[in-house]
Design a protein around this ligand. Sequence first.
Ligand code: NAP
Length: 248
Amino acid sequence: MSKQSPRVALITGANRGIGLEIARQLAVKGLRVLLSGRDLDAVTEAATALRSSGLDVEPLELDTTRADSVNAAVKTVDDVHGRLDVLVNNAGIRIEAYGRNPSEQPLHQWRETFETNLFGVVEVTNAFLPLIRRSEAGRIVNVSSLLGSLGMHSNPKSYLYTPTFKSLPAYSASKTALNSWTVHLGYELRDTPIKVNSVHPGYTRTDMNEGAGDLEVAEGAATSVAMALIGDDGPTSSYVHMGEVLPW
Ligand code: NAP
C-alpha cells in the first residue's frame, strides 16, 4: 500500500445514503475524505457533522453530470492535494417506477439514467485519472448493482427472473454498462498500480428504496470500503459483493 500519507479519497454522491457512509468509514480508517455532492449546502452540512466527530473530511461541490462542475472539482483537488488515491463513483439514480414492462418505460428516463449512472462516471473518472496516476496505489470503485448482472437477469432460476426486477430496464442496463466500463478501464490500466472494480452494495435501506432493504447503510457501504482499501495484491476488473465474486 502507498507510503504517501494520508491517502486522499473522493466519494461522489456522498451527502446522504451509502455514499455518506462510505465517506464516514473511510475517514474512520484514517483517509482524508473529500465528501462530494451536487448541493454544496448538503455536502457542507454532512462534512461538518463528520468533522465534529474528529474525522478528516472536506466538502467538495461536484455534480457528476456537469462538465464545468467536474473540471472545477479536479482543479480544487489538484491545487489542494496534488493527487487522488481513491475514487468511489457512488452517485446514482433510479427513477423508473416498478410495475411496468421493460418496453413501457419512457425513453427520457433511459437518457436521464444513463447520464448519471454511466456518462457521469466516465467523465468524472477520465477527468480525475491524471491525479489518480500520481498515486502510488490508485483505487477506483464503481458502485454498480446486482441488477447490472446479465448472468442473473437471464437465469430463470435467479430471483431477478421476475416481473418486478424486469421493470427497471434503464437502471439495470446502466449498471451493466458501468460494469463494462470497469472491465475496459481495468484493461487499460492493467500494467499500472491502479485497480478498478465494480461492487454491488446489497439491497440497502436508503432513500433510493424508500427506506426498504435487507441491509443497514453501514453494511451497504462495506463492500465499497473494502475495495477502496485493497492491497497491491487485490483484484482489478472484478465485480463483487462482500468478498463474493458476482456473475457479469
Ligand atoms: P440515494 O440514497 O438515492 O443517494 C444517491 C446519492 O447520489 C445522493 O447523494 C445524490 O445526491 C447523489 N447524486 C445523484 N445524482 C448526482 C449527480 N448528478 N451528481 C452528484 N451526486 C448525485 O442512493 P443510495 O441507495 O445511497 O445509492 C448509492 C449507490 O448505490 C447508487 O449508485 C445506487 O445505484 C447503488 N445501489 C444502491 C442499492 C440500494 O439498495 N440502496 C443497491 C444497489 C446499488 P442528491 O442528494 O443531490 O440527490
